[in-house]
Design a protein around this ligand. Structure first.
Ligand code: S3P
Length: 462
């Protein structure tokens, strides 16, 4: 069953909001929360993870870590975030799970767990909901097989469920990823920890580097080689296998992908000022902020409260090696922007909400080479185009390219989320400026990454 197909659930209606003011609470970064749980499972002893996002995706990874034999305890929770304690027997002490490992809606759980399981010499099956069963796994199978693990999947090894029979030790590889994917890169690096020798992953376009930063914080030497030191271009990551990870005691930064919904809401709404605290502004995750500023969004970036600033003016989250900032956005006059494939890759999760921003921007926005969006929780190109068109936007799709002409006043209508959390939140933000009511089917899917999203929206309205 899809996560948001709750019996009796009715479409949610969002009415326009006269004024948007306040400080929406944000979930802990989803990418970092998954990685923290997995690294806690690999490290022998007691780890503490504060402020992990409590969306259903991260809960799926927590469930998998527990099924493999680590003790996972929820120490405190507030309906948005959770503090975890993980006590692990260490990587050698993890064991075969009695049942299928349920990734639910989470592609990150699927790909990152595959990398961990490749180095564990037992049988595992990774499965999830209908959406997960349409996510590509060949990209994972190829490198992990060449490291010596046995993997197979449905439809000639292309779709989950995915079977992994791990091996220890693995063979180190030097691998060039075919699509820009931090999930694939991370799976290989996590498997590389269990390989004999040096594992290298090469990316033509740099993707988010949380795994690399967190491994470094855990005592692993991860080397980076790049032709272009400003990031963005080709990069190679290398680590030596056989290293033991140290335990964690970390606070997870607020999720910049969740923050993006409020940044766009604040910029496109005619009477808005919103502040977002302790947002992760890692250079490999902050692209959406930079594109919005390029579009004319009035976003002030200040060092996150209570921590010493580094030279760049940002501050670091405890122990995860991630820069943080407080962001304030105000009503803005936006202009169109042109994004190519590398720029899309850098903001892969934010493209739907950036499409909404483009409907309110003067001129013609083009987003080229966005094909990977079709491989997410839904076909996000089709989904965002259908939803925004229903609201009256001028948006067209040609192949993997999206064109949006603005500004266009939006008019409330029925939108379809395709059970995709990021589409649900995009259409809800659109509803705050659309004339009349915007209805969102399966709005509950927002809880995949942002359980209190609609509560925050109500609070801002008040
Ligand atoms: C993620 C990487 C991205 C992103 C996903 C989270 C991660 O996927 O879309 O939401 O945590 O590594 P790909 O790297 O496969 O594009």
């Amino acid at each position: 069953m899809n996560p948001s197909q709750l019996p009796g659930e009715r479409p949610r209606s969002v009415q326009p909001v006269a004024r948007l003011r306040g400080e929406p609470r944000l979930p802990g970064d989803k990418s970092i929360s998954h990685r923290a749980l997995l690294m806690a499972a690999l490290a022998e002893g007691r780890s503490l993870i504060s402020g992990a996002g409590d969306g259903r995706d991260v809960q799926a990874t927590a469930g998998i870590v527990a099924a493999l034999g680590a003790h996972v305890e929820r120490l405190a929770e507030d309906g948005l975030n959770v503090n975890y304690m993980v006590v692990s027997p260490g990587v050698e002490g993890l064991h075969e799970a009695a049942g299928v490992l349920d990734c639910r809606n989470s592609g990150t759980s699927l790909r990152l767990c595959s990398g961990v399981l490749a180095g564990l010499p037992f049988f595992s099956v990774l499965d999830g909901d209908d959406s997960l069963r349409s996510r590509p796994v060949a990209r994972i199978i190829e490198p992990l097989r060449s490291m010596g693990a046995d993997l197979c999947a449905r439809r000639s090894d292309s779709l989950p469920p995915l079977v992994v029979i791990g091996r220890s030790p693995l063979r180190a590889i030097d691998f060039s990823t075919r699509v820009p994917s931090a999930q694939v890169k991370s799976a290989i690096l996590l498997a590389g920890l269990r390989a004999e020798g040096r594992t290298t992953v090469r990316e033509a376009i740099a993707t988010r580097d949380h795994t690399e930063r967190m491994l470094r914080s855990r005592g692993v030497e991860v080397r980076r080689e790049s032709a272009d030191e400003s990031g963005g271009g080709a990069v190679a990551w290398t680590l030596e296998g056989g290293v033991r990870l140290s335990t964690l005691d970390e606070r997870v930064p607020a999720d910049p992908s969740a923050a993006a919904f409020w940044l766009v809401a604040g910029a496109i709404h005619p009477d808005a000022q919103l502040t977002l605290r302790n947002v992760g502004v890692n250079p490999t995750r902050r692209a959406a902020i930079d594109y919005l500023v390029r579009m004319g969004a009035l976003i002030d970036e200040a060092p996150a409260g209570g921590r010493p600033a580094d030279a760049a003016g940002s501050r670091e989250a405890d122990g995860v090696g991630e820069p943080l900032a407080d962001l304030t956005v105000r009503t803005s006059e936006l202009r169109a922007v042109q994004l190519g494939p590398a720029e899309v890759a850098a903001a892969i999760d934010e493209i739907p909400i950036l499409c909404l921003a483009a409907t309110q921007a003067r001129g013609e926005t083009t987003i080229r080479g966005a094909g990977e969006l079709r491989n997410k929780e839904s076909d996000r190109i089709a989904g965002v185009a259908a939803g925004l068109s229903a609201l009256g936007a001028r948006i067209s799709v040609s192949g993997d390219d999206i064109t949006i002409i603005g500004p266009t006043p939006l008019v409330g209508a029925a939108t379809r989320t395709l059970d995709d959390h990021r589409l649900a939140m995009t259409f809800a933000v659109a509803g705050t400026i659309a004339r009349g009511a915007t209805t969102i089917d399966h709005a509950e899917s927002a809880a995949v990454s942002y359980p209190s999203f609609f509560t925050e929206l109500e609070r801002l309205r008040a």
